[in-house]
Structure formats: structure tokens, C-alpha cells
Design a protein around this ligand. Sequence first.
Ligand SMILES: NC(=O)c1ccc[n+]([C@@H]2O[C@H](COP(=O)([O-])OP(=O)(O)OC[C@H]3O[C@@H](n4cnc5c(N)ncnc54)[C@H](OP(=O)(O)O)[C@@H]3O)[C@@H](O)[C@H]2O)c1
Length: 364
Amino acid sequence: MDRSMDGKYCIVTGSNGGIGLQVARGLMQRGAHVVMACRNMAACEKVAAELREEGLAGSCTCRPLDLESPSSIHAFARQQAAELSGGGPQEDDGSRGAATGWSHDGRRRNIDVLVNNAGVMGVPPAADGSDRHLTVNHLGPYLLTRLLLPNMTHGSRIVNVASRAHYGGSLSLITGPSGGAEAVRNDTHHWWWQYARSKLCNVLFTAELQRRYGYGSNYASGCSGGGADANTAARGADVSSGVRNSQSTTAGGGIGSPISGGGIGAFAVSPGMVDTGIFRHLLPGWAQWLRAPLRPFVRSPQQGAEVVLFAAVSPELEGREVLFLHDCQEMRPSAAARDAQLAADLWRVSAALVGQPEEGGIGG
Ligand SMILES: NC(=O)c1ccc[n+]([C@@H]2O[C@H](COP(=O)([O-])OP(=O)(O)OC[C@H]3O[C@@H](n4cnc5c(N)ncnc54)[C@H](OP(=O)(O)O)[C@@H]3O)[C@@H](O)[C@H]2O)c1
């Protein structure tokens, strides 16, 4: 899997610690430029300075992103679009020449890898009672990805950091007067089931990304699929093993779609049980020491990052629509995660919830 990522442009959300930091390091080791998209800029700048001091082949910049804030997500996407189209980083942040938003000849660049890593577990609901697991772990990354898709192209990859917790997740959508799904039913108030549901959403989102923009999609040729509508294509896809090779076809393209069509790799991954700060909401500060005895039985953040890096860089995955990976191997996701209709409905509901059209029309 040690493909050189020399000069590749990668975005990793939540990379100021835990698995995301190790993913950023791994990409930099391979020569990539990494945009570290974080909500805590002080923490981001601190670890970015440490990464630069390691003398890795690549480079990094910190950019603010709060996945609970639609305005922050839009601002991040606008900033990326500006930097990729030649504006370049706005300040001297230690990034180097060709590894930044510019190519050598000053032309527009694409996003080569987007890692939707940031996530929360065990958080209380928002002030309005909404489930923050759904917001941070699914809706935020959904909006971010859609806003960034116009900066992706054939060969770009999207890695959604999901979890085996999705096997316990269930998703129920509320049907509106029109008969279509309109909202996510908030039918559980326990953090574990909310987390599991959000991770199920990660896999379903990945499945729908594959169908719309994946290796089998026809955007590149501008072909609208001979009239096959989205749901027909979704139902027709063989998702029984979690791997699809079908030539799914959808109408689309234009703004909100990849720059030059489909051929985008989308993968959901499970890092295993990893010793990170994600458990901090479950234990009060004084009790964090209780994590120590468990360390021999859980993975280090570096080990947890392995499958994420595999999905981001491995040539073995080129052209393969693997839906879910654990231990760098394909793993059959849950039946709910393989429900193509549910994936299509979740896409539509998510678009409505983040205030965007189902197709196209999206700009930073
Ligand atoms: N650790 C595990 O055992 C495990 C297992 C399966 C899957 N995962 C998944 O792995 C991913 C990474 O988690 P981790 O274990 O590395 O946890 P972590 O150490 O807590 O890292 C999570 C990252 O997400 C960021 N984040 C949280 N809320 C955010 C928001 N609203 N906007 C932007 N960034 C936000 C955090 O930033 P702050 O520092 O500002 O909070 C942090 O950088 C998550 O998606 C998680 O579900 C973890």
C-alpha cells in the first residue's frame, strides 16, 4: 500500500489528535500536502508544528472547520475552492510550493483525498434536543463532502471513518405528505444507539456516493444513463456482498458533481477499538486513568489509522467498489447498510436537512 502521494492534496477532518492525526502523518510521510480541518485551531497548529519538525516528505496547513456549524462548513469549502483555483494558502503556514493548492504551472488543482474522520461519541443532545452524533458524524460530513465534490475528479477518493458499531445501528426515516422520506426519526435517546446510527449513516452515505460518483458511474462520459432513474439503479445494484461492480447510472453532473465526472473511490472503514480521546465524554476527567488498564487490549491511534490510509492510498482498491473495510480487508456490512433504497432515501433526507438540493446546485 506504500503508494507515493507526492504532491497529492488531501483533507483530513479532526486531525488535531487521535486517528486523524496519524492519518495526516501517514499521508505526509508519503509526500502529500494535508489540509488539517479542525475546530480547535490552537491544538491543530500545535500538532502541525510538531509534524513539520519531523521532517516528513509532505506538508500541512491548518484550516478551521466545525462540523456542527453549517456556516463554518460553507466557509471551509469556499476557502478550499479559492485555494485550489490558484489563490493558494492565505498565509505562510509552512506548506511547500507544489504540494499546496497550486500545481507547478499555477493551474487549478483537485482534492485527491478527503478523509471524513472527525467524530464524537457519548455527547449530550444539542440545546434544541437534536442528536449531535447525527449532526457531527453524518450531516456535517455529508454537507462538507457535497460542497467539496466540485473540486474532485476521476481518481479522487473519499474515506468515511465508520465503525463496526454500525452493525448495532438502525435508521428510521419519517415519511412526509408527499410519500417521500423527509426526516430521521429520533427514536433513541441513548448515546450508544445514536452513535451506532450515525456510523450506519456513514456506510449508507458511502454506498450512495459509490452509486452516484463511483467507479461504475457514467458522469465522465456525460451519459445520463439511458433513462434509468436513481431508484431503479439503486434497486438494480447487486449490493449483496457490499461490493458493487454494476454500471449504475444516474442523471446529474454540473455544479455539485465532480469536475470531470465519476470514477471517485468511496470507502467506509472501521479502525477497530482505538485508544483515543473519543471516550472522554463517557468518563469524567478524574476517571480517565481507568483507560490505562485497557490499553493492551485496544489499538494505538497509529494502528487505527492503518485502514484509513489503506483506503486513501492503496492501488489495490483502484476501480473496486468496496463498501466497508476492517483490518485492511473487505468486510460485509450490516443488512441495513446494504439497503440501497435506504441509502438513496438518506441522501435525499440529508440534503433537505442541510438545506441543499438533492442533486447539483451546490457551491461553497
Ligand atoms: N477510537 C475508536 O475506538 C473508534 C472506533 C471506531 C471508529 N472510530 C471513529 O474514528 C473517528 C476518529 O475518532 P478518534 O477515535 O480519533 O477520536 P478523537 O481522538 O476524539 O478525535 C476526534 C476528532 O474529531 C474532532 N471533532 C469532534 N467534533 C468536531 C466538530 N464538531 N467539528 C470538527 N471536528 C470535530 C475532534 O476535535 P476536538 O479535538 O476539537 O474535539 C478530534 O479532532 C471517529 O469518526 C470515530 O467515530 C473510532
